[in-house]
Design a protein around this ligand. Sequence first.
Ligand SMILES: Nc1ncnc2c1ncn2[C@@H]1O[C@H](COP(=O)(O)OP(=O)(O)OP(=O)(O)O)[C@@H](O)[C@H]1O
Length: 264
Amino acid sequence: MRIDIEGLCVDVAGRRVLHDITLRAASGRVVGLVGPNGSGKSTLLRCVYRALRPSAGTVRLDGADLHAMAARECARLLAALPQEARTEFDFTVAEVVAMGRLPHQRGSGRASAADREVCERALIRVGAARLAGRGFLSLSGGEKQRVLIARALAQEPRVLVLDEPTNHLDIAQQLEVLALVREGGSGSGGGLTVLTALHDLNLAAVHCDDLHVIAEGRLVASGPPHEVLTPGLLAEVFGVRAHRVRHPETGAVQLLFDRLHHPE
Ligand SMILES: Nc1ncnc2c1ncn2[C@@H]1O[C@H](COP(=O)(O)OP(=O)(O)OP(=O)(O)O)[C@@H](O)[C@H]1O
């Protein structure tokens, strides 16, 4: 499913934090949002998962205005993993994942055998089946993240929105979470579009098909990672000096950072 963001402006507390953002995430792509702290990545994502209404502009899913959709319709199409995804009560892992099925349930809202199977499959896919009976609040950060991804997959969305999904994870967990996200579509018939904010530019270079760079609320570059992550852009946007190398096995662009960039 395609995401078209057009002319998006957001004002927060009387200040414009996003200025006229227009970008597209093509169907089935893993699309990364990168940019310095406070540049507006989370604000943009919040507009896409409908936690925030833009001051101007539109977000469309395959042409349909997201903010004009009924909440249930939207929840059938789009799942989100916000930066501070929490549950206030100590639900079990199985209950947390079962919440992903709610948009698909009618009437009594009771889970069918088919719903339960989708949830079990989602937990197996993220390698967390053994956690099903545990209390969510007792899990480690990495385990919580896996379970929340399982909930998002159980929702069987066409669009997955992730805000820093690798936060607080060790390197192995980071790679695993991103691999899961990448494969996300394959178990649900393919075509899953992923829009994710990422701080780690090397992970973004490897795991994203396309990147959009946001700086001070404005879109400053878009394209495949090897085109976007240039030393010039990194100096200008992030204020760092970087060298580009190729991964010796995969050929992916990787960055070596040596020091802060001081303009002449
Ligand atoms: N509720 C709010 N009240 C006031 N300012 C806000 C609010 N939400 C966001 N902002 C401001 O909007 C700007 C963009 O914030 P946002 O969280 O979108 O940035 P970000 O790129 O996701 O940052 P980070 O990488 O640090 O998570 C920041 O200057 C932030 O202080």
